[in-house]
Design a protein. Structure first.
Lengths: 186, 186
DNA sequence: ACCTCATAATAGATCGGTCTACATATTAAA
DNA sequence: TTTAATATGTAGACCGATCTATTATGAGGT
């Protein structure tokens, strides 16, 4: 793949991610993706012969990797898992508020929309969440925490839930409340 | 409104709720709603002159009330808030698994899809979540729990997050793990 | 006769997807 | 080094299906 092709492909994925975060799978209409990315329809099906589902799947995976990397960076700058959780809540809260309550979790909306109807997309979402759970579990186990598996899933659920409530209320309050309380969990 | 009209209206709301739980706002196409409910298209616009958004809004509110009532019933049969939370997780887990991982939270998908684009629907979702938070807060305060506000939001976030992960993984595991850990929060 | 409600035909927009034509590189042969 | 052949992308018209919404008409109960 030449450099030009790579650029076009990335512009498509950028636009898809952006639109997905705002309104999920159905919020990322191909017409919108094309308009936002400035690439013609034909290029889309050249780079993603599997059509919309393939492009969305790659976008979700990409969004998941980006968050994963950001969390790993935070993890190195912080003493324990409790402060990591708070730092993640702050980071995601900033991102959410700065985007006008549009950019929450890049996986959640697609997961809820498509988990029941599309096996491939359900698998992608499950895989991304699984990788995040793994990161948290390893970190907790390294801290010598017992029940690391249960706690990792609980922390992830808490963050995802807080993000959902924050979007629904268009307010940081749920994130702040959870941040205050998450310490007792660890 | 006569009895016949009431029935039609309820059949429409039933179908809308069912479809929304499976795939959110966009998963509830009007063609599917009228096919599932057996009512003609025109009746829909007679009972919901505001169109799809009005019908979805009422469905979400209705779904929220149903869950709210179920939780209130559980609350009477249980000693403290910790066991209430576990009971709710079990109830929702049963519902989710029995529906083939389709019926999770009747609000979450619409909230994530529409919170950024539709003010009226965002308000409805915020209102339903607010009422659930209120129920939990009152219950916690009655137990004499300090920080009832923060804890109520945290418990709700935890349940919503666990439900999201369970749908994404098509597995009860996240619900079970959270149920085991939620006690330490209370 | 009046209001409530049911019914179906249809409009107009938008959906994801396919198709063909064209431009630009890259490689191979002369 | 020029030319031919092939691979890589770009570009947009077009398709059938589906979307939400509107309309006109008439049945049914009070």
């Amino acid at each position: 793949m030449g450099q030009k092709g790579e650029e076009t492909r990335n512009r498509l994925l950028d636009a898809t991610q952006e639109l997905i975060e705002g309104g999920g799978y159905s919020g990322a209409g191909l017409n919108q993706v094309i308009a936002a990315s400035g690439t013609p329809r034909g290029s889309l099906y050249f780079h993603f012969p599997g059509g919309k589902d393939q492009m969305v799947a790659e976008s979700v995976r990409r969004g998941g990797r980006e968050i994963g990397r950001a969390v790993e960076e935070l993890a190195e700058a912080v003493p324990d898992t409790a402060s990591l959780a708070v730092a993640v809540l702050t980071l995601l809260g900033d991102r959410l508020e700065a985007s006008g309550w549009r950019k929450g979790c890049p996986v959640a909306t697609v997961a809820l929309e498509m988990a029941a109807t599309s096996d491939p997309l359900q698998e992608v979402c499950s895989e991304v969440y699984g990788s995040w759970e793994g990161m948290l579990r390893d970190r907790l186990a390294a801290d010598g925490h017992p029940e690391a598996g249960d706690v990792a899933v609980t922390v992830l659920a808490l963050i995802e839930g807080a993000l959902l409530l924050a979007r629904a209320h268009r307010s940081r309050e749920p994130l702040d409340r959870v941040a205050r309380r998450i310490v007792t969990l660890l």
